[in-house]
Write a protein that binds this ligand. Sequence first.
Ligand SMILES: [Zn+2]
Length: 279
Amino acid sequence: MSDQTVINPALDISAINASEFPVRELARITGKRSKHFQVIMCRSVLDEIHAHGQSITDAEICGVMVGNVYHDKYGPYLRIHASIRGDKAQGHAAQVTFTDETWTAINEKMDREYADARIVGWYHTHPNFGIFLSGMDLFIQDNFFNLPWQVAFVYDPIRGDEGMFVWRKGKSDREKFLIEEPDIEEARGREGHKWNVRKHNYDATSKPPRSMKGVLATAFLLFFMSFVGMYVYLYMNPTGLDPLVDKWKQWRAAPTTAPTTAPVVAPAPVQAKTKPGRK
Ligand SMILES: [Zn+2]
């Protein structure tokens, strides 16, 4: 793995000129964005590569990764948002390759579905033999993915390990990558998502709905404030301005003339006295 022949030492992620690529802010990424070139893979792509790799574990499978290069305040980054399945290796011990037919199929799909994106690297599996780039893998990387922002991803579906490789001084170096979690719209379209989403549609650029906790807290605060407002209004309003307030003040004053401790039956004799024909 370390005996990689260096063909072009200038091939390095530090050679990527951020200003050549559009500005785009990252959201919902796992891990911390560092101040250098980083690879961001969308969760859906990772899931798809895992599914592809797990579907065949007695041979290597491969495919290409699709995305774009952008930059934010931390520098340039690669965002992988799709993948295209390639071939599986012919025979048990064989390694994957990209044949002319494979490239034709990949390029057709690129034109058809990802016209605004680029092939940003490739992935393949190492069923139960770990994460590294073999001599053949390095040959593929040197010949087909030799731009500074192009990467290689290796997945071992048996051991459940995986690794991303980027260009450093003409060598393929393993590098941590970040994962971009799906937004609510994307999550809704995926199987088994656990998002609780309202029925109406809103576009991906609008704010996601507030959490239920926040909504409840706001509702309680508004409810509480309405009582405070009512209290202030009723107590501070001078008599004669609002007939409703005056009425309330009269009603409120009433119980003080007859203490609540007095028996309810107290007025009864008065009433009895006034009744005609009892004397
Ligand atoms: Zn390999």
